[in-house]
Design a protein around this ligand. Structure first.
Ligand code: ZN
Length: 241
């Protein structure tokens, strides 16, 4: 992890006391890749890593993710930067260890998904794209099942996507055309704002705002129309991306 990120954390902690109350403790348990236990005030506190979702233990790479986390933090003293409690009473937090952030290392290694439903962290988004492109870890599989789908079971996996139809769509969502890239400073944000999602079953791709954008099988990610089309996908008739 870059030094400036750590410095930024330090600045936040020093300048805005109370907003972030980091603490440290020994990691005494690893439930899976994204859930660990850390000693805090004399007892073990369950920590759910912020912004990511690791494959479940029954999924491919679930055990690898757990092993990776274990190797990084088990038995060691970690820094905990808490955000909130989740509905299971776990502390949602970033974990720092030896100058690294555990969630970032997991995504970088292809052992975790950026949990987009709960996180708009651009670093995690970029690292996931990069891991996908490098086909590392779980991305070696061309169509890995997101853990949040896995947990809900595959039974409704086919119910939510449009079927190709000969009749014209009843509603048309018109999206503004992607803005041209202006300066290097804004490239990353603009690129990220026009990510397309491709359905790996139907090979149709959707733009942000489409009702099918986050469909079950829409796990392919493209940063441009060209990239999607070159990969053999065709634009959705509903959102006309
Ligand atoms: Zn669409």
């Amino acid at each position: 992890m870059k030094k400036w990120v750590l410095t930024l954390w330090l600045v936040i902690i020093l300048i805005v006391p109370g907003v972030v109350s980091a603490w440290s403790g020994k990691c005494v348990g690893v439930s899976d890749g994204d859930t660990i236990s850390v000693m805090h005030g004399g007892k073990a506190e369950k920590i759910r890593l912020n912004g990511i979702d690791c494959p479940e233990s029954g999924q491919a790479f679930g055990k690898k993710a757990k092993q990776f986390t274990s190797d990084m933090v088990f038995g060691k003293t970690v820094e905990v930067f808490p955000y909130e409690k989740d509905r299971y009473g776990r502390t949602v937090a970033d974990i720092f260890i030896c100058g690294k952030i555990l969630s970032i290392e997991l995504v970088r290694a292809g052992l975790a998904w950026h949990y987009k439903q709960y996180s708009d962290d651009e670093i995690l988004a970029v690292l996931e794209l990069d891991a996908r492109n490098r086909k590392v870890g779980l991305w070696a599989d061309s169509n890995p099942i997101p853990p949040w789908d896995w947990r809900h079971g595959a039974k409704d996996a086919t119910a939510t996507e449009e079927q190709p139809s000969s009749s014209p769509p009843s509603e048309t969502i018109v999206l503004p055309p992607p803005e041209p890239t202006k300066t290097p400073a804004t490239t990353t944000r603009q690129t990220l704002s026009i990510i397309y999602h491709g359905n790996t079953q139907s090979h149709i791709f959707h733009g942000p705002g489409c009702r099918y954008y986050n469909c079950k099988s829409c796990t392919a990610v493209f940063r441009s129309r060209e990239e999607a089309i070159n990969a053999g996908y065709r634009p959705c008739k509903v959102c006309n991306p």
